[in-house]
Design a protein around this ligand. Sequence first.
Ligand SMILES: Nc1ncnc2c1ncn2[C@@H]1O[C@H](COP(=O)(O)OP(=O)(O)O)[C@@H](O)[C@H]1O
Ligand SMILES: [Mg+2]
Length: 222
Amino acid sequence: MILAIESVSHRIIDGDSHRLLLANLSLTVARGECVALMGESGSGKTTLLNLIAGLEPIQQGNIKVADLWLKQASDKQLSGLRKKYIGIIFQQFNLLSSLSVKDNIEFSAKLSGRFNKAHGLGLANELGLTSLLTKYPATLSQGEMQRVAIARALNAGPQLLLADEPTGNLDKNNSEHVVDQLIKLAKLNNAALLMVTHSAEVACRMDKIYRIVDGSLTLHQG
Ligand SMILES: Nc1ncnc2c1ncn2[C@@H]1O[C@H](COP(=O)(O)OP(=O)(O)O)[C@@H](O)[C@H]1O
Ligand SMILES: [Mg+2]
């Protein structure tokens, strides 16, 4: 398993009171598996992705990515894990504004030690970014930024791809196309894909659909 979440609970402070956001939540995802994560706004989807990426400390339970148990891991181990194994497509893209589209796409691949110029250009082509390579993020539309963020994450060859509403800014046709590309490329690289989405149509293209309800996961069959 590339990802194993074991009985994770997570409490947040909400004004004067505490709220149990994630309650004893468990999940395993294998390489090559594409999993949709749904749930109402505020149900803890982004928090769960942050916990998996080692960007937020685990309070209770544990999470294993590749062979690393995150709760016991040092900051250095966590950043090494992110560079080598995890691709993140953030809800707000987090593109580097001082770098061109091409340099953004190459950035994470260079960090991961898997930089290959032709591979990056191929991904850019697949995602319709070839004519934008010399542009800077500030000049792009939301949908273009989203596709750059996807190309950047995929270019590093991660075994685990975390995508937070990667089609939130795309119209229906574009979002189906981008999701199909993401799934195709994840399968091609034998990577696991965990994707937060609000779209039932997008979720249906994935192998499994989970929903966070009251802090726990329910699996949607069929
Ligand atoms: N660091 C934090 N401290 C306190 N509350 C937080 C923190 N991060 C998120 N929250 C709250 O946790 C809840 C879940 O947030 P989030 O994981 O972003 O939900 P989702 O992505 O499902 O919309 C929200 O109510 C949010 O306000
Ligand atoms: Mg969110």
